[in-house]
Design a protein around this ligand. Structure first.
Ligand SMILES: C[S@@+](CC[C@H](N)C(=O)[O-])C[C@H]1O[C@@H](n2cnc3c(N)ncnc32)[C@H](O)[C@@H]1O
Length: 286
């Protein structure tokens, strides 16, 4: 479905070599290097990683050592540590906190990402799913940051954590459109807080329903992002059911599940909550 290609201004990236319909599992991959949850000192981590690199086949070792590295190094152990710090993705398995995947770690970031990454504990693999139809020739992108935020904040975080100036479509919008997009994201954020606050107090008023409705509309205008819309539908389902409107509640619940499956796959047992998404960024940033 994809090939590793040079992408202008972004190093290498994964590019679709056929049309990929929304919801497709683009990739399902086992880690080649893992890191424990409690990482300890750099010295210990270096030796832990080096042992794993030594036991890779020649081909895998070569592929691993060709990966992007933001850190200076003087020997192989330092190089391997730098690669892991640059590319490691979170893994929620017993005792393992992060891992490097040969293909998934080649996926570049975009503010309007067309794919979503997740660790799937049921199959013990990292998966990437198409959030919308991806056309042949398009780059496959994911969202490196935890939450949607304004262009200025996104760019600062990407620069600080990942060492690059993002030039995705969203970051390249003309000022007026970018400000409009920022305002939408800010309002979604406010609505998250307002709905979350009322939800905690179990205060399901007509006003809360209006917030929920507005948030769904804004997410739909924004386009599919990491889990935001399914979570908004989940809130809507809970609130309409609490109001006794079971028919609407069912429709919202079905949309929530459909969105969740699109992004995670039907074999994922990840807990689906209406709370805000936590950071999905790489394990270590520079
Ligand atoms: C995990 S790697 C992704 C694969 C990498 N492009 C490669 O050649 O192996 C992360 C790095 O890719 C580059 N990158 C990712 N998304 C980018 C974007 N939107 N704009 C520019 N560079 C990007 C940055 O150099 C970043 O530190």
């Amino acid at each position: 479905m994809y090939a590793l290609r040079d992408v202008l201004g972004r190093g290498k990236g994964l590019v679709a070599i056929e049309n990929i319909p929304k919801g497709t599992r683009i990739l399902s991959e086992k880690p080649i290097i893992t890191m424990p949850e409690d990482q300890g000192e750099d010295e210990w981590l270096k030796s832990h990683i080096s042992q794993q690199v030594d036991s890779l086949t020649e081909h895998l070792r070569k592929s691993f050592l060709s990966m992007h590295n933001l850190y200076p190094y003087q020997n192989l152990a330092e190089q391997a540590l730098g690669i892991v710090k640059t590319n490691g993705l979170p893994v929620e398995a017993n005792g393992i906190g992060g891992a490097v995947f040969l293909e998934a770690c080649r996926i570049n970031h975009a503010g309007d990402n067309n794919a979503q990454k997740n660790w799937n504990q049921s199959i013990k693999r990292h998966t990437v799913h198409a959030l919308r139809d991806i056309s042949k020739g398009d780059e496959i992108t994911i969202y490196y940051l935890g939450r949607d935020s304004s262009r200025e904040i996104r760019q600062r975080k990407l620069q600080d954590k990942f060492g690059f100036l993002c030039s995705c479509r969203l970051c390249s919008l003309p000022t007026e459109q970018s400000q409009e997009n920022d305002r939408r994201l800010e309002r979604v954020d406010q609505l998250d807080d307002l709905i979350g606050y009322d939800g905690m107090r179990l205060k399901f008023s007509l006003q809360t329903l209006r917030y929920v409705d507005e948030r769904i509309r804004l997410y739909n205008e924004q386009g599919p992002g990491d889990s935001g819309l399914p979570r908004a539908y989940l809130d809507a389902a809970q609130i309409t059911i609490a109001h006794g409107d079971l028919a609407r509640g069912r429709i919202f619940a079905e949309r929530a599940v459909e969105g969740w499956r699109t992004a995670h796959g039907s074999d994922s047992k990840a807990r689906f909550t209406s709370t805000k998404p936590r950071s999905m960024s790489t394990v270590n940033g520079p």
